[in-house]
Write a protein that binds this ligand. Structure first.
Ligand SMILES: C[S@@+](CC[C@H](N)C(=O)[O-])C[C@H]1O[C@@H](n2cnc3c(N)ncnc32)[C@H](O)[C@@H]1O
Ligand SMILES: Nc1nc2[nH]cc(C(=O)O)c2c(=O)[nH]1
Ligand code: SF4
Ligand SMILES: [Mg+2]
Length: 205
């Protein structure tokens, strides 16, 4: 697998926010979100060829029993990823995959929870909304909101998917004004969880 980095930090996003976590960042992405904070992992030339065994060893050595597989877009390397997360699952490691919702993930669900980021208009990209039906209660849907059009898109997506089982997290594009977003969520009493990227607040990787 082509890996950009592995590091231990606190999970900064999603339902396990605040938990010690080992991150495995896979290299390369099939999208280019306008607001992406991980440009350094996007180019396909970037990344070091690393075996599943080496990653497994690093995970065990980290002493952390929660691993977040991210990127870039990790599911671009789904075939190589599957045996690794199966081995991690077997070893009792909690595995979560951050994905942009463009690549099916149903065959990975036995070994990992899925955090699917639904791309809103300000990203300049689109996710495959049909994948929302593959998400379970133990998965997460994330919307990164940059402006009111993104917010309205999110409301539209939620309304069009009444059977959505996964909890919904909303994160503002980092650095954008959030007061209007918070006030709107309160006023409209949306069944969502507002969060900031914790790692950027406390300045950790
Ligand atoms: C770097 S991406 C990697 C995984 C996958 N490609 C994806 O988009 O979910 C992980 C997450 O970082 C978050 N992210 C990236 N740039 C951000 C920004 N500028 N502001 C807020 N969240 C951001 C998005 O929620 C995204 O889901
Ligand atoms: N601390 C921390 N938490 C994260 N959760 C998701 C991340 C990502 O880049 O996918 C991330 C990240 O880059 N750092
Ligand atoms: S899909 Fe994820 S890694 Fe790719 S550009 Fe968007 S936020 Fe960045
Ligand atoms: Mg990040």
């Amino acid at each position: 697998m082509k890996i950009t980095e592995t590091f231990v930090s606190l999970q900064g996003e999603g339902l396990r926010q605040g938990m010690p976590c080992m991150f495995v960042r896979l290299a390369g992405c099939n999208l280019h979100c306008a607001w992406c904070d991980t440009e350094y992992a996007l180019g396909n030339a970037i990344g070091v060829e690393t075996t599943a065994e080496e990653i497994m060893e690093a995970a065990i050595a980290s002493g952390v029993s929660y691993v977040c597989i991210t990127g870039g877009e990790p599911l671009l390397q789904k075939e190589e990823l599957a045996p690794l997360i199966a081995a991690m699952h077997e070893a009792g490691v909690v595995v979560e995959i951050e994905t942009n919702g463009t690549i099916p993930f149903i065959e990975l669900r036995d070994y990992a929870s899925i955090c699917m980021d639904v791309k809103c208009p300000s990203s300049g990209e689109m996710s495959d909304l049909s994948l929302l039906s593959s998400l379970r209660e133990t998965d997460t849907v994330k919307f990164v909101i940059g402006d009111e059009a993104d917010y309205l898109y999110m409301v539209e997506v939620l309304a069009a998917n009444p059977k959505l089982r996964a909890p919904v997290c909303i994160t503002p594009v980092y650095g954008t004004d959030t007061k209007w977003l918070v006030e709107t969520i309160i006023a409209e009493k949306l069944p969502v969880r507002f969060q900031l990227q914790l790692h950027k607040v406390v300045n950790i990787p």
